[in-house]
Write a protein that binds this ligand. Structure first.
Ligand code: ADP
Ligand code: MG
Length: 338
């Protein structure tokens, strides 16, 4: 299957006075799985819709396989979009639903059958081909929607929060299936989500957006180890990074950050704290501690399951075991990670 690089160059999108995208420059290389991550309203869907041709940019250039496609009709862009709400035709069988985009392209019956068979196999839908959508579970319906996109053999997939209607267990399952599907087909994927776990586990690279402005692009490892600014630092990682504003410190211009997994408890560390909450999740513990008295700041510490957590109300000492991030308080930019 042929796969395409997809790029946006200085793309701006305004809806009246709302700036949905502000000079966005971003490229997914051919065969890459690139995730667009950010909170609701930050412009993720707008970016995908502009690539699909469902929305015109106010200014800027969209390229697919290096060719400018600003004036190319959506149906001629050779990309397939998968949405959060996967509208299947309720009166058609699974087979007919998957086949639909091929019929509307007047593809010969034999080739249609082959492609449907292949898509059904790769998404484990072979047993369900004669059912109607009403006879399927949510996860199965989402698989049919994916099969309908795959069957077109597009040069790129544009996926807009395709798993967010599924329950937690199915979501984890489908995440793995999508990654596997990508590994096999090596088709370019642009994948939109507001879920940082999804982004970090699925993406070759993650692009973080805020208010239509690109904050950082990098591998999951890079954006975790060196977040470009306070926004990325607190959006990536769970529980989020602990931040200590300058007002508490000697240097008011600087905000310090320490990830929850980089605190130790009770090894004679320098910070005195009181435990206020312990959440034991089975695979790890999250311990909330208050430092600096009753109106001091709250610190979340992440401990491995093998360590027995302290008790609520216990006095503990905290130490820092790994890097401390320093951010400019005003601009939020990362100054150093040591
Ligand atoms: N058709 C539209 N008309 C007016 N405003 C829109 C339209 N589509 C999106 N917006 C606005 O553009 C911004 C980005 O929206 P969107 O791309 O849907 O964000 P996301 O997908 O990240 O949640 C939001 O402020 C949204 O309200
Ligand atoms: Mg959206």
């Amino acid at each position: 299957m042929e796969s395409a690089a997809v790029s946006l160059e200085a793309v701006e999108k305004r809806f009246g006075s709302t700036v949905a995208l502000s000079s966005l420059t971003l490229e997914a290389s051919a065969g890459e799985f690139l995730v667009l991550l950010g909170p609701s309203g930050c412009g993720k869907s707008t970016a995908l819709r502009i690539i699909a041709g469902l929305e015109q940019p106010t200014s800027g250039t969209v390229r697919i396989s290096g060719k400018v496609v600003n004036e190319v009709e959506p149906k001629d862009r050779d990309v397939a979009m998968v949405f959060q709400s996967y509208a299947l035709y309720p009166h058609l069988s699974v087979r007919k639903n998957i086949e639909f985009p091929l019929r509307s392209r007047r593809m010969p019956a034999e080739e249609r059958e082959l492609r449907v068979k292949e898509a059904a196999r790769s998404l484990q839908l072979e047993e369900l081909l004669e059912r109607k959508p009403g006879q399927l579970s949510g996860g199965q319906r989402q698989r049919v929607a994916l099969a309908r996109a795959i069957v077109r053999q597009p040069k790129a997939f544009l996926m807009d929060e395709p798993l967010s209607n599924l329950d937690a267990r199915l979501r984890v399952e489908m995440r793995a299936e999508l990654v596997e599907l990508h590994r096999r087909s090596r088709t370019t994927v642009l994948y939109v989500t507001h879920d940082q776990v999804e982004a970090m586990t699925m993406g070759d690279r993650v692009a973080i957006l805020r208010g239509g402005v690109l904050q950082q692009v990098g591998t999951p490892k890079q954006v975790h180890a060196r977040p470009a600014n306070l926004f990325v630092a607190s959006f990536i990682g769970s529980p989020p990074m602990n931040l200590f504003p300058g007002a508490l410190l000697d240097d008011p211009g600087v905000t310090l950050g320490v990830r929850p997994e980089h605190f130790s408890i009770g090894d004679g560390g320098p910070l005195r704290a009181v435990v206020t909450l312990v959440e034991s999740l089975g695979h790890e513990h999250h311990v909330a501690c208050r430092i600096g008295g009753a109106d001091g700041s709250l610190v979340i510490v992440r401990l491995p399951a093998a360590v027995s957590p302290p008790e609520i109300g216990q006095q503990v000492s905290l130490g820092v075991t790994d890097r401390v991030f320093r951010f400019d308080s005003e601009s939020g930019q990362l100054l150093e990670a040591t």
